[in-house]
Design a protein around this ligand. Sequence first.
Ligand SMILES: [Zn+2]
Length: 560
Amino acid sequence: MGAGFLLAGAQHVRLASVLRADRLRIAEANDQLTHRDTIPAQRGTILDHNGSVLARTEEAYHVTITPKLLTDSRAFWVRASEVLGIPADQGIALARSGRGGLDFPEKIDRERRKRLLELCRTFRVDGIGFVPTGERTYPAGPSAATVIGFLKDGVPASGLEKGLNETLRGEDGVQVGFIDRNGSVIPWLRDEGLSREVQHGADVVLTLDRDLQAFASERLAEVCEYHGAWQGVAIVLESHTGNVRALATWPTFDPTDPLPALQRAQKGETASPEINPAVSVLLEPGSTFKSFTVALGLESGALTPNSSISCKGSIPVGSHVIHCALHGSPGHGAVDPARCIEVSCNVAAATWGMAIGKERWYDFLKRSGLLEKPDVGLPGALSGQFNWNEYDKRIQIATLGFGQSITVTPLQLASLFTAFANDGVAVHPRLIEKVGSSRVQVRPGVPLFRAETARTVLQMMKAVVQGEHGTGRALRIEGVEIAGKSGTAQKRDPKTGRMSNSLYVSSFVGYVSADSPEYTVLVMVDSPKKNGYYGAAVAGPVFRAIAEYLLKSGMVRGQG
Ligand SMILES: [Zn+2]
């Protein structure tokens, strides 16, 4: 039995190879050629959450012509002229010119390339080559350019185009084998050892909403231009999942023509649009951080909702004096935790920062994820910075109380703020929803506070907008209550390393809505130069516009 089977198998193999040899002989007799053909991989498409295209490759080719290798056959040129759109006589003259290589001025699409390739093979014509242009279109234009990035001569230069290049680019295929009269490689005469199937790039679906992204980007640009800012960020997170619904930054650029913007940045006129400030710029959070001071104080027992201090406008800490002067008052008087958040009292935040103590702060910072790199697929992400070996730890934790002595990326800060919307659990930001057919899992969040603490602080943040003395009272929206916190942080002068009196980071973080905080929205405007600099006045209007958009668009489930 066994021997018979073996014999049958061997005969089968021999028969197959005889047939193959015959075919090869026939092919050679008919003067068929072996040929190596590259099948270019199609770059993956980038889509938003709803399937709207954010980046797509239109297959197109440059045609290169080497006249001295061309035929002057009229039969060839009559047909080729239809594809290339030039008169046959011009083609013949070109072939007879005997010139070296030149570029055909017009790009051709996949279909025209295929027809031209077939003609070349039929007529055995050399001298015509094709270079894929990698022509990429970006339907969201500048509004998503700092997230999506761009290609420079077909090479990914920034954004997800760069960060996800391995996934998007795929791998070119190669076919080596005998070709038939039409120039196609004959499947059964293909050299399997040298041939490789083309692997097209995977499509990537993002969590972004293209329309919200465009809206946030336009509002942010208006505000940054009005205030002559250096750069700005507006982030919209779905509080319970960390899904990034918008990640707008300013300045931005035209992804199909990035050169003018890059040149302005090189001259130092603008921030570099190749760097996404949401993940690659470190800023001090400033007063928005007071919400965490209060939460940590309540959580650790260093504070109760009834704790109170007396603010006289300043407080000495060692050799330093901490002021509330930014807000132009001689002192806030009696300040409890709710009022500290509502009126943004530095003296109270510094006092409680010290009461919390360095051990609790250090533990919180380590767990918070603030000092980690935002991991959303964007290249060049930075880790937040905090000096664990600070000489004067008392001043360090006093100033930490109002968001100084630490620098963070805006995206990590926005993620941390989801803790107040999520019963104390901070979620990780998630920008990529699907790669090919696999869903990217939502990572479990980080529990930071008890649910009760988180809810208490969220209610306190409501007073910032809804309260009589709230710093964000101008941001009220009719028919819905908003919770939030403003921040106006002095910036260090990059030249001297000291706190500047003219450079600020203006920010506003808030929830839509206070009672059902489905979205966490953070807006930061770096170095506004004119028309004011207070967080609620500069960043607040961008927040409010986004909040109104979310409410009107039906993106808030709690709303009709
Ligand atoms: Zn004060």
